[in-house]
Design a protein around this ligand. Sequence first.
Ligand SMILES: *Cc1c(COP(=O)(O)O)cnc(C)c1O
Length: 716
Amino acid sequence: MSRTEGRTALRQQLEGLAENLHWVWAWRVPAIFRTLDAEGWELSGHDPHAVLRSLDDAALEQKVGRASLRSDIEAAVREREAYMETQDTWGAHYAGLLHRAPVAYFSAEFGLHESLAIYSGGLGVLSGDHLKSASDLGLGLVGVGLLYRDGYFQQSLDATGRQKDTYAHLVPASRGLRPATGPDGAPVRVAVETQHGAIHAQVWEVRVGRIRLFLLDTDVEPNDDADRSLTWRLYGGDRRTRIRQELVLGVGGHRALRALGFEPSVLHLNEGHSAFAALEATAVRMEREGLSFEEAAFETASRCVFTTHTPVPAGHDRFDAGLALEHLAPLRDRLHLDDYGLLGLGRHHPDDPNEELNMTVLALRMAQRVNGVSYLHGRTSRAMFRHLYPDRRAHAVPIGHVTNGVHVPTWMAPRMRRFLNERLAPDWFRRLGHRETWIPVRDIPDEDLWKIRGALKRSLVRVARVRAAAEASKRGEPPEIVEAMRNALDEDVLTIGFARRFATYKRAALVFQDLSWLQELVDHPERPVRFVFAGKAHPADENGKRLVQRVFEASRDPRFLGKVVFLENYDMAVGRLMVQGVDVWLNNPRRPMEASGTSGQKVVLNGGLNCSVLDGWWAEGYDGLNGFAIGSGEVHRDPQLQDARDADALRSVLEGEVAPDYYTRDGYGLPREWLQRIKRSMTTLAWRFNTDRMLMDYAERFYLPAAGVQLAEARQ
Ligand SMILES: *Cc1c(COP(=O)(O)O)cnc(C)c1O
């Protein structure tokens, strides 16, 4: 082989790895790109395409040679091929039905990787993890979403802790996205008509392992400027922007699938944003089969799964009648409904003309299978929507639950994965959702477990120092502060993490209610504590921004300098860093407002422990020995009283249980109780709260029965 061909082959191999997002959880690959160009990797926000663009063939060849990467690259290519080609999957064995006609999974956000900022938080990360596990399990499923070129904002703080929001504009072709093409090979375009003209969209395709994700993008001719920027920002703009985005997602998304040649067996609406897809599906059925609205809606509903995520009435998406009719008039006509008939589908009380159209209510009426995202959230949802089912008691309202999980290969540190490779059964990675898989964790020698926990925490401390110091110097803080950040945290000290959206119900500042107590906690002579915080407030949420500022100010209080650290720009990268390194994950939402929460599940996989209010997943995960509970699940009507009680409970568990447990050592310097708790956490929680288990639940309980309707029909 000539040198030129050799070089080109190398580039082809690397481009091949980059073009499918499988690289994100193929544990060797991120390290390969980082090694090729560490600076370019960081500056581009971990984008392998940027790394490849920055190196010409000669430089690439030289770097690969110098870092002895060739065998790693070859192994990665082989592993990718084997992954893509295997027929021996759970889905092939147990869900072959879905290979004939896939599930169409609709979501307004997808959190697949930090370099594709089309997610804002938990909902998006859940959708991303859903696709990844669907790929791992070999399920027949396609994703539908929107391509936000500006994405969600990037956060930086000024020297006073005020949040600044900036947006990085993405050029799809430079990120390895390609135009989705139909059966005739031409790029697919869709148009969605409104009362005043149509909105046009092009469709991009992202490969996520074996799964294809289609993203609609309105930045295209002949849209006017307003519509071209319609899909730029996630959760930006006003109500009008929002309903137009949701029209493109639901109606446009459904049309895109048909144009691409898909006839989905099941529609899965992840949250209410995409509920218009069910109306479009109904209209198509009426047109094709000559059915009435009632008949067609019944057929659609039997194939429609709706997952609700919002436990408070104010959180549901709503549109006033004028805005709704402006956008739904064409659908109304195709559905042979009048205004009241159409709007009534989305009203709690269909004959109340003053009510807005509620996307959750619409989805509930259009889907036969509905679930909340934890046991507790299922119960909350049954109570909240009871009036929609007047002939039923609250417990019999047809809303169940499938508890959320996380995608193990995305969130488990590669080092922990190698560690468990040596200690669990050889095929453990293909059996993540089974209880037996994790049982051997019990037999891991304490010394080994303690050692790897130490190593993971050291990585966190090292990276957090570099980031915190760089952020401080960028915002022009004094040299003493920058220096304090360089020495912040301590690998020998109990380290507590808190990272989430700074929505007020998550109460990021709860631990700061009593600063003299906090000072005693962090400076305890035998049992000191450190805190790492991260989180974004929505750009329009002033209260959230004030909370960010409050945490930042505490981190600059001389009593807490270097002991309470705030990291900017909470995204999946900061998330991985934190969940892999901290000893304890703090979660103190106002119950029952956290529908599930998933960040704590990521911590479990890395041997950290949860300390949480008994809300969302933790209400069913906590068993008294596998972590810590804040309070005992009581709810007070008065939020101030609730906050005061929970703050008390938080203080008492941190100083009375968490710190003493961590610092009680035996003659070998090992915290035996703590290590027992970690083992208990991993054996009781990891198998239940991951997306492989979640996808198997969705497949068995919802997808297969819904798809079976179709099969039964075909047999007739
Ligand atoms: C996992 C994750 C979330 C969800 O966490 P919660 O527990 O629901 O707060 C949000 N944002 C990012 C970046 C995550 O990785």
